[in-house]
Design a protein. Structure first.
Length: 296
């Protein structure tokens, strides 16, 4: 039987959390589903270990770390379902609701991607995502709707959102064919926002469907406030501005990131005695400027 849903997840030295995700899917989801895990350059061949433990899954080994987008793109190429669910390996489901995301795509061909309600995995399991607000034109700041609030029913109304959340986003195959694959220039962070722009430019809307819920163990792989995270957030915010703003807006946005946001991040890190974070922020800006100079 052809799978209705292709779940695609990227693993990097995260066997335990990936196994917990697979266990939760097998325990709760009854919709015909194929599970595709891309082992993205882990120190050991975790794809082989996953295949041995879960014979029914597709586990793909990449010898090198291709980044979040590159890993997902490997999985997308292997997928056979029409509803492709990109699901972080540090997530779990607790009920059989993922089919609602397929129903949303079926009901409206103008919707190219749809996200579930995302709640934090740890108690009190507050909401992490119930949609996004738009990015501001220059500062590139926005907000997660419902962030940190209890799941009291207030965020149970479906609506459009300008961006999908990378932890759990279902995309129709036709939207990928029209918008292209997830952009790999970012490596980590901001790629799903850029991809959302491409999907909307291809003529689709992006939806939030609260009938489905996913629980997220945020930053289980990169760590909260890690130098890796600081580096890529700095670099990729600048890259997003360059790719998605034009003319004066682009120049002002890049100038704001370099002249305001970057010094503030460095100063905050130093005040908290985190020289490693400050150095990572500066490296992110430096590498963006080198990349920019090399291409233009």
């Amino acid at each position: 039987m052809k799978p209705r849903i292709s779940v695609i997840s990227v693993n990097y030295n995260g066997f335990a959390v990936t196994a917990a995700m697979i266990d939760s899917l097998r325990r709760h989801v009854t919709t015909p589903t194929e599970i595709i895990v891309v082992d993205n350059g882990s120190e050991r061949d975790e794809a082989a270990i996953l295949r041995e433990r879960y014979p029914g899954i597709i586990a793909i080994r990449s010898a090198e770390n291709l980044g979040f987008a590159g890993g997902n793109n490997l999985g997308i190429r292997a997928a056979t379902g029409d509803c492709l669910l990109l699901l972080n390996n540090d997530t779990e489901v607790a009920d059989d609701t993922l089919h609602h995301l397929c129903d949303t795509l079926d009901a409206d061909p103008a919707i190219g991607a749809v996200c579930p309600k995302i709640r934090f995995h740890e108690p009190p399991q507050a909401i992490q995502f119930a949609g996004y607000t738009p990015l501001t034109r220059i500062t590139l700041r926005n907000a997660l709707i419902g962030f940190g609030e209890p799941d009291s029913g207030r965020f149970d109304t479906p609506h459009d959102t300008p961006y999908a959340h990378g932890a759990a986003m279902m995309v129709r195959r036709e939207a990928i064919e029209r918008a292209g694959m997830m952009p790999e220039e970012y490596f980590l962070y901001y790629e799903e926002l850029d991809w959302s722009v491409r999907i909307r430019e291809a003529g689709y809307r992006i939806a939030y469907d609260p009938r489905a819920t996913v629980f997220h163990k945020e930053s289980a792989t990169t760590g909260r406030q890690s130098p890796l995270r600081s580096y890529y957030l700095t670099r990729n915010r600048l890259l997003f501005a360059r790719r998605n703003r034009r003319g004066t807006a682009r120049r002002l946005s890049v100038a704001y990131q370099l002249g305001v946001a970057l010094p503030k991040s460095v100063l905050t890190s130093l005040l908290h005695n985190r020289t490693d974070l400050a150095a990572a922020v500066l490296r992110g800006a430096r590498d963006f400027l080198r990349h920019k100079t090399g291409k233009e």
